[in-house]
Design a protein around this ligand. Structure first.
Ligand SMILES: *Cc1c(COP(=O)(O)O)cnc(C)c1O
Length: 393
């Protein structure tokens, strides 16, 4: 298939499965075997030393898990991929595998709450210095990078204020000082944005979100150049945060509809964001697809669609949010996003549940913001649901 120049829609359905299928089955099997047997020591050694393809032990590699890695690798246009038990395992294994005491990291204040905890607590404990900049101020980030650093960590769009970071611009600044660029592409998905094509060295995902899309499997994945991916893979194979074969199976199955789901979520979110802007109960709407977004021009340049995530503030503040959310009939109030069903929540219970109120305030995350993950339902139905809920605001 590699010679066919296929679109992501087709690749999401077909790519990456061949080596993991068996017995003529048209679908990738769930292989629940801890280890793989060999008839003799020579052929076992060939696989162990990487001279022949195959599997040894499922903490290291597993056929179902390999199919998931291959599919995402191809969708991100990468040479190599490594999967993890969760998105946070992908983030933490990447950072701990690539950083050493004395290294400096430049990132932004608005990263995912768990990632922020790594930056403000876990990495400083091993002597890694972390400089967190204003997410929207590219000049400030460039200046911090220019002081010299080992790694630049980007996340765009961000959670929950949907800020956009200019990947090409910041990657160029990072490469001037010889730093590696890691980008969390969870919100955009490979359908809307490919950070590697924009200059990032590594791209990672919480597969729990849009890649899985059905809120029933946890996972993470990292894609990039073979040497970098291998370094992180080795760290994961030893520390052990491997993806479970059942989760890998669910993720492979879900990825087949990724393009369909994400395009529908893009359309729904843009329609709803525009409608929200015109609602008297709504004080502010954050969505990269709106002309009013601070970095709409950057979003247009680096994204093919603006994603299914938006957030909004209500005129009545946190008190209004507490009255409105329970009235939503077409949204789970739950700490997840990217699913086929719409979800709503506030930062204190979702993206930044890991942080204290003071930490959220320091990151510029308002308590009274509603994070709204738009599903694949009918946009008109969702707007009617929001309208009836706003009536109590
Ligand atoms: C959810 C999320 C993560 C963490 O993923 P888990 O699968 O929950 O561990 C990391 N980054 C972003 C942007 C996320 O939304």
């Amino acid at each position: 298939m590699a010679d066919m120049d296929l679109t992501p829609d087709t690749l999401a359905v077909w790519a990456g499965e061949e080596a993991s299928r068996a017995h003529g089955a048209t679908q990738v099997p769930i292989v629940y075997s801890a280890a793989y047997g060999y008839a003799d020591v020579e052929s076992w050694l060939d696989v162990a030393l990487g001279r022949a393809p195959g599997h040894i032990y499922s903490r290291n590699t597993n056929p179902t898990v390999s199919a998931f890695e291959e599919k995402v690798r191809i969708l991100e246009g990468a040479e190599a991929a490594t999967s993890f038990s969760t998105g946070m395992a992908a983030v933490s294994n990447t950072l701990f595998a690539l950083l050493a005491p004395g290294d400096r990291v430049v990132s932004a204040k608005d990263t995912y709450g768990g990632t922020n905890q790594l930056f403000v607590d876990f990495l400083p404990r091993i002597g890694v210095r972390v400089d967190l900049c204003d997410t929207s101020d590219f000049e400030q980030i460039e200046a911090a990078i220019a002081e010299g650093c080992r790694l630049v960590y980007l996340e765009t769009p961000t959670n929950p204020t949907l800020k956009v970071m200019d990947i090409a611009r910041l990657a160029a600044a990072a490469h001037e000082v010889g730093a590696l660029v890691v980008a969390d592409n969870t919100f955009a998905t490979p359908i809307n944005q490919n950070p590697l094509a924009l200059g990032a060295d590594l791209v990672l995902h919480s597969a729990t979100k849009f890649l899985g899309g059905h809120a029933d499997a946890l996972g993470g994945v990292l894609c990039g150049a073979p040497e970098l991916s291998a370094k992180v893979y080795h760290y994961r194979e030893i520390t052990g945060a491997s993806l479970d074969p059942m989760a890998a199976y669910l993720l492979v199955r879900s990825l087949k509809t990724l393009a369909l789901r994400v395009r529908r979520q893009n359309e729904n979110a843009l329609t709803i964001a525009r409608w929200l802007e015109a609602q008297p109960a709504v004080a502010v709407v954050n969505y990269p697809g709106l002309e009013s977004h601070l970095h709409h021009d950057v979003a247009v340049r680096q994204m093919r669609g603006f994603g299914g995530m938006l957030s909004f503030g209500l005129e009545g503040g946190f008190e209004a949010v507490k009255r409105v959310l329970p009235r939503l009939r077409l949204a789970h109030l739950a700490a997840n996003l990217g699913a086929v069903e719409t979800l709503a929540g506030v930062p204190a219970t979702t993206s930044h549940v890991e942080c204290t109120m003071e930490e959220r305030a320091a990151m510029g995350i308002p308590e009274g913001l509603v994070r709204y993950s738009v599903g694949i339902e009918d946009a008109g139905d969702l707007m009617r649901d929001l309208e009836q809920a706003f009536a109590v605001a």
